[in-house]
Design a protein around this ligand. Structure first.
Ligand SMILES: [Fe+2]
Length: 260
């Protein structure tokens, strides 16, 4: 199973190169030699959460030839996102949070909503924790991974490593995950750089931003002007192998291998 993760496109009219960068990633994903099963955008689709920005992103993502899904980042807002994308592309819980299970794949995939519409930092609340518990409790056997915008670990490469509202929130999250041995992996955005960390025994990672002018980290001179995204290959025996992918047809070295 192959998942393409894209993140932090921050599309906005004042920076037309960001929409171009997103389009380049879409084109590269469509031309992957090994067929991608699905694509997940882990948030900050747009920069100012206007309807026209979401319309631009939606038009670009519609070119994807495989199922694709979006989750909110701190620059997103739920109301315009929900208007811009069909329920096939994002799910809304009864309480209006955009967290949902992505059905139809051998691996169980859960999209979490860590957005606080009044702050940059991530959060999870009683409602979202309860919903997560319900989703996890429905299947305690199938290997399960989560996509979420804010990383629930310290991104040590960053000047602002911790990006949740409190340690307590992350501890609560960790306590829930510990109850499910079939829970295996977390994929995040937000940091605008590639990083790896852990929450408890679970491996987690962040991905460079698609927006080149907002990207952190050094990935080689040859891709300095090329948008990057990640391909996660899952094998039941080997676990996940993550590859940093340049939107010019070239793959970077294997970045991460995580146990099944
Ligand atoms: Fe971002």
């Amino acid at each position: 199973m192959i998942i393409a993760q894209i993140s932090d496109s921050h599309v906005t009219p004042g920076h037309p190169g960001r929409a171009d960068a997103l389009a380049a990633c879409v084109q590269d994903i469509n031309s992957q030699p090994e067929s991608v099963d699905l694509v997940v955008h882990t948030g900050d689709l747009v920069h100012d959460a206007t309807a026209s920005e979401y319309e631009t992103v939606s038009h670009i993502l519609e070119r994807l030839e495989k199922p694709w899904f979006v989750i909110p980042g701190n620059r997103d807002r739920r109301a315009p996102m929900t208007k811009a994308f069909s329920t096939d592309r994002l799910g809304a819980s009864e309480d209006g949070f955009l967290q949902y299970e992505i059905p139809g794949f051998p691996l169980r995939l859960i999209a979490l909503d860590t957005l606080d519409e009044t702050a940059k930092l991530g959060t999870l609340c009683d409602v979202r924790f309860a919903h997560l518990k319900t989703m996890l409790a429905e299947d305690k056997n199938t290997p399960t991974a989560i996509f979420m915008h804010h990383p629930p670990y310290d991104v040590v490469e960053s000047d602002f490593p911790f990006q949740f509202d409190s340690r307590q929130t992350v501890e609560r999250f960790d306590q829930i995950l510990k109850s499910y041995p079939n829970f295996i992996r977390i994929f995040c955005g937000h940091s605008h750089r590639a990083s790896e960390g852990r929450i408890g025994s679970i491996q987690a990672s962040t991905i460079p931003s698609i927006a080149l002018d907002l990207r952190w980290g050094f990935y080689g001179d040859e891709v300095a002007k090329t948008p990057l995204y990640q391909i996660h290959r899952y094998d039941p025996k080997a676990g996940f192998v993550t590859c940093l992918q340049a939107a010019n047809g070239s793959a970077q070295a294997v970045q991460t291998v995580s146990a099944p």
